[in-house]
Design a protein around this ligand. Structure first.
Ligand SMILES: C[S@@+](CC[C@H](N)C(=O)[O-])C[C@H]1O[C@@H](n2cnc3c(N)ncnc32)[C@H](O)[C@@H]1O
Length: 261
């Protein structure tokens, strides 16, 4: 696979190895021991490492799920303000006393007055191209993409898909497509019979994640990107004496740090 890089920060292997040792103590204290469908060791470490490097005064997290990433951000940067967004906050197992929670989508928040050093951590599996355009609009420059799935992998359109210019074909189950059809029909009927009803297109759009190939996407992204760096897969850099299990190391989805102009 073609790995794109631009002005990658110089993160030395020795520094990464040193930080892993420190991170392991924190990792042992994580509130959700088996975070299936959520963040695992590799990406938790990469996020910890990047957050420590930049120490933003405000972090916006989109995609809370059970709350492991909220806990991680809070414990990596105890003095940082956190806004944690998820359209379904009922899934939380860990609830922070410090973070502010919201179920309003990132693009619909009031970001009229953000600190210059704000960082957004995106783990909501929403089209990366759309999210980058929204970050640009809000003048948010620092971005962590939790899952930057490569070609033909994942469940939404990522920057890696845009780089490879093949679009994204989501592998829906028949029952999922049928459910989308029912949601659409329900909205359609409400609109047909109630004049004042506002059609909730988002409900349908978020379920339909196919994206046609468009070779212009990456040209537009590239022009706005100052820094683009995939965090290395730890299996390529650790040595034996770190005693990390295969399980801890197996999940790696190209977590990427981006800085926009
Ligand atoms: C992969 S999980 C997040 C994992 C989490 N960061 C962790 O630490 O384990 C994705 C989450 O994104 C949420 N989500 C889906 N659409 C969203 C949206 N538009 N805005 C915010 N969250 C969204 C889902 O409800 C789900 O909880």
């Amino acid at each position: 696979m073609n790995i794109f890089k631009k002005n990658s920060p110089q993160w030395e292997k020795s520094e990464i190895l040193r930080e892993i040792k420190e991170f392991r103590n924190l990792y042992e204290k994580r509130p959700i021991k088996n975070n299936k469908h959520g963040m695992q060791f590799q990406h938790m470490f990469a996020t910890y490492f990047i957050l420590k490097k930049f120490k933003p005064s405000f972090v916006i997290e989109s995609g809370v799920y059970r709350g492991q990433s909220t806990w991680l951000i809070e414990n990596t940067l105890p003095n940082t303000k956190i806004l944690s967004i998820d359209i379904d906050l009922s899934q939380r197992v860990y609830i922070s006393n410090k973070a502010e929670y919201s179920n309003i989508d990132f693009k619909d928040q009031n970001f009229s007055n953000l600190p210059e050093d704000t960082l957004v951590f995106l783990d909501d599996h929403v089209n990366h191209y759309e999210r980058l355009k929204q970050a640009k609009f809000f003048n948010i420059k620092k971005i962590i993409l939790e899952d930057n799935y490569p070609d033909e992998k994942g469940d939404f359109y990522t920057i890696n898909h845009a780089i490879n210019k093949k679009g994204f074909n989501h592998n829906y189950t028949k029952s999922s497509l049928f459910k989308t059809f029912l949601i659409f029909s329900n909205e359609f009927l409400k609109k047909l019979f109630f004049k004042k009803y506002i059609f909730k297109l988002e409900k349908i759009k978020s379920r339909l994640r196919d994206y046609p190939p468009n070779e212009n996407d990456f040209k537009n992204i590239e022009k706005n990107i100052k820094t683009y760096s995939e965090f290395p897969n730890l299996t390529n850099i650790i040595d034996q004496n770190l005693n990390l299990s295969k399980e801890e190391l197996e999940s790696y989805n190209h977590l990427t740090y981006i800085e926009l102009y």
